[in-house]
Write a protein that binds this ligand. Structure first.
Ligand SMILES: [Mg+2]
Length: 447
């Protein structure tokens, strides 16, 4: 029996790049360690950028006491009930419910519990779920607010339908052939032409088939960059182009801008507008169905706050691709609910992975999606940065994610990284106390 005895939160920030909406993006982790009376502890984190991180850390310190003093077996025996309990603190619920800072914090805590559980079982998180019966899988989920789209009985049927090939798919996962990767390495705004060309060429040579570029800064510049991209990856070589606007447009602007970019035949536009605008996404998807150059799909999800919004996006026919985040929603359990919803509506899941720790998490989620939920391969973003801070970093080989086999949820950071990038950190230990940090700390907040 493992009893939870306490917890620690850590504010960790890494100085990094920018996109259309986030001028100074310090990729950060609001980090949670759950301590026990055993040799095991659970590590979880929520990805944020910079100044928001201390608020999420404070929220983690308010959510985690809900599990202190509890037995792990008791918490995991009926996970759906535990999850409901964790969102039912009426005072914390007031500042959600099930969204925003308090939900980001819940994601870190729930994921830390899964990491702890996985370590005690000696399995990676994806394998725990792969070894569950459909009944056990369904018991992980709080179905409140989604039974109009999927009932527990329907979820059971859906899981049982694909159960037949599960053992083969587990073997495929063990051989690291379950989750094809795509790259955004060339995609950032502001790269000079030669750097863009070189990065695209390297990605093609590394075996990637999917390429994603940021758009939305300047239309002529977008056209120029997409032309360079198509020159590098071709139109007829099976290579797929995606574009990401990071919520920059209104609905009419999104439609107008994407019509201008239609000649480059992107598979989808990611985050064309506000993540809360369900009907707006549906309108954009409808408007881009028949451009003179074919269909452009719509993808969103990295800032969708919970399973209810995903349910409505699916019910409204607003999504071509669903991009759930591993910790913006309330951790593994809520992601499992979202995977079921997406499967029910036949929409592929391509989890959001552009951030510190996210590929470490999502490699488990995409493996679960393939092995347990759909039996169909999707793709998963791989950003080749900041992995060196993790004990078990994610990696890609021959165009596929290398399936994690170590026990846990793969986001445990090295103790030296936790100290070296602690914010505000200790003098002489943390990078944030150095002179180099001043350009960021004293830099403009809005560019
Ligand atoms: Mg994005």
């Amino acid at each position: 029996m493992v009893k939870i005895t306490g917890f620690t939160t850590r504010d960790v920030r890494f100085p990094t790049g920018s996109d259309a909406m986030n001028a100074a993006g310090d990729y950060s982790a609001a980090y949670c360690i759950i301590n026990t009376d055993s040799e095991f502890n659970g590590h979880g984190m929520t990805f944020t950028i910079g100044r928001g991180n201390d608020i999420v850390c404070s929220a983690i310190s308010l959510v985690t006491p809900l599990v202190v003093g509890k037995d792990l077996d008791e918490l995991t025996a009926d996970w759906g009930k535990t999850w409901r309990y964790l969102v039912s603190d009426s005072q914390l619920r007031w500042i959600g419910p099930e969204k925003g800072v308090i939900h980001l914090a819940l994601g870190a805590v729930v994921n830390a519990l899964w990491d702890l559980w996985a370590k005690t079982l000696g399995k990676p998180v994806w394998r725990i779920v792969a070894d569950m019966t459909p009944e056990e899988f369904v018991r992980c989920i709080d179905f409140r607010y989604i039974t109009d789209a999927i009932t527990p009985e329907e979820a059971l049927d859906l899981l049982k339908k694909v159960e037949g090939g599960k053992q083969d798919r587990i073997r495929e996962a063990e051989a690291s052939k379950a989750v094809p990767a795509y790259t955004t390495s060339a995609g950032w705004l502001g790269y000079p032409e030669d750097k863009l060309k070189r990065l695209l060429k390297e990605s093609v040579e590394a075996g990637y088939k999917h390429f994603k570029l940021k758009v939305g800064g300047n239309l002529e510049d977008d056209k120029k960059r997409l032309r360079i991209a198509r020159d590098a990856i071709g139109y007829d070589k099976g290579n797929i182009l995606m574009v990401d606007a990071n919520q920059i447009w209104s609905v009419p602007e999104a439609i107008e801008w994407m019509n201008e970019l239609a000649e480059f035949k992107p598979w989808f536009i990611e985050e064309p507008t506000s993540p809360d605008d369900i009907l707006g996404h549906a309108a954009i998807k409808k408007a881009l169905q028949n451009t003179p150059h074919g269909t452009i799909g719509v993808a969103t999800g990295e800032m969708c706050q919970n399973r209810v919004i995903f349910k409505q996006l699916l019910q409204a026919g607003a999504l071509t691709v669903l991009q759930a985040d591993a910790c913006r929603v309330g951790g593994v359990n809520e992601v499992l609910a979202i995977l079921l919803l997406a499967a029910k509506f036949g929409v592929p899941v391509v989890p959001h992975s552009g951030g510190v720790g996210l590929p470490e998490y999502t490699q488990h989620l995409s493996t679960i999606d393939y092995v347990v939920v759909t039996g169909k391969k999707s793709v998963l973003e791989y950003v080749d940065s900041l992995h060196e801070h993790f004990l078990h970093p994610s990696s890609v080989k021959d165009g596929y994610y290398v399936t994690p086999l170590e026990a846990g949820y793969s986001v445990e950071m090295k103790p030296e990284s936790l100290d070296a990038f602690a914010y505000p950190g200790e003098e002489g230990k943390s990078w944030w106390r150095s002179d180099a940090a001043k350009t960021i700390l004293e830099g403009p907040r809005v560019i």
